[in-house]
Design a binder for this molecule. Structure first.
Ligand SMILES: [Zn+2]
Length: 263
């Protein structure tokens, strides 16, 4: 097995649109025997036997087997040492949950994913996007401070006028947004709360359970108290962990979205 030597030049984290949180170790470039150049190592591809307490300036011995990197510190530097195997989201500090080995942030209000969550929520509930609405959403994201995707529903025509949106465009946007309310199906609602890893099959089963109750504020309030997921077994343990975590931490979002859509 060939062992490569490289020096750590930095660390960074990539926040993907699917909510995965992938940290990387940046290294001085190495070229393998196939001629591939590697200048960063995704932590998710480091083998369990690797050293995870790393520091900028460390000289590493790196070997690659079965698409996994075995990373060992050969000469440690004196820089501050960090645990690169992230257990919590660096932005919102929520514990990361692993699905198929990939770490995900389960916080639907995490600022690292705010833009994606807004588009996912609006698409799911049947919002009609066009040039005007897209321009306004981008202006809101760039010029206004919003904490959660739900804050969109609190925005008024006046708020939009203050960020240089014409009154007619502002009225059009607010009308598009609020005209959806009351027409959202349960399936759309579950897509809107954006549970990564929840299969269509599971969504369908969940909807069946929920249909016993009608869609009203009362049943939405009770939603997080339904005994999940024991009533509806998941196939993969990863999904189960993710789903429980989501259920536990995003209750407020689920209830608030339900109130907005169904009251
Ligand atoms: Zn987060």
């Amino acid at each position: 097995m060939e062992i490569y030597t490289a020096t750590i030049t930095g660390f960074y984290t990539q926040f993907s649109s699917d909510d995965s949180v992938v940290p990387f170790v940046q290294i001085t470039p190495i070229t393998d025997h196939n001629g591939f150049c590697v200048n960063q190592i995704p932590i998710v591809l480091m083998s369990d036997k690797s050293d995870f307490m790393l520091a900028i300036g460390d000289v590493l011995n790196i070997s690659v087997t079965k698409m996994k990197f075995l990373v060992k510190v050969a000469t440690p530097s004196f820089s501050e040492r960090v645990n690169v195997n992230l257990t919590h989201c660096p932005v919102c500090h929520r514990r990361l949950v692993r699905i198929n080995g990939m770490p995900f942030c389960t916080n639907v209000n995490c600022r690292a994913h705010l833009r994606e969550h807004i588009y996912t929520m609006l698409s799911a509930i049947g919002f009609r996007f066009d040039d005007t609405t897209n321009r306004i959403i981008e202006s809101i994201l760039n010029k206004m401070y919003i904490d959660t995707p739900l804050d969109l529903f609190k925005i008024t025509v006046n708020d939009l006028n203050s960020i240089d949106i014409s009154e007619s465009d502002a009225q059009y946007f607010i009308q598009c947004l609020h005209s959806i309310r009351g027409h959202v199906t349960l399936e759309q609602y579950f897509k809107a709360i954006n549970i990564v890893g929840m299969s269509q099959e599971y969504t369908a089963r969940l909807c069946n359970v929920m249909r016993g109750n009608c869609i009203d504020l009362d049943s939405i309030e009770k939603l997080p108290t339904i005994s999940m997921p024991s009533a509806l077994p998941f196939s993969a343990a990863d999904d189960l962990e993710y789903f429980s975590d989501y259920w536990l931490h995003n209750k407020d979002f689920m209830i608030q979205l339900g109130k907005i859509l169904y009251s």
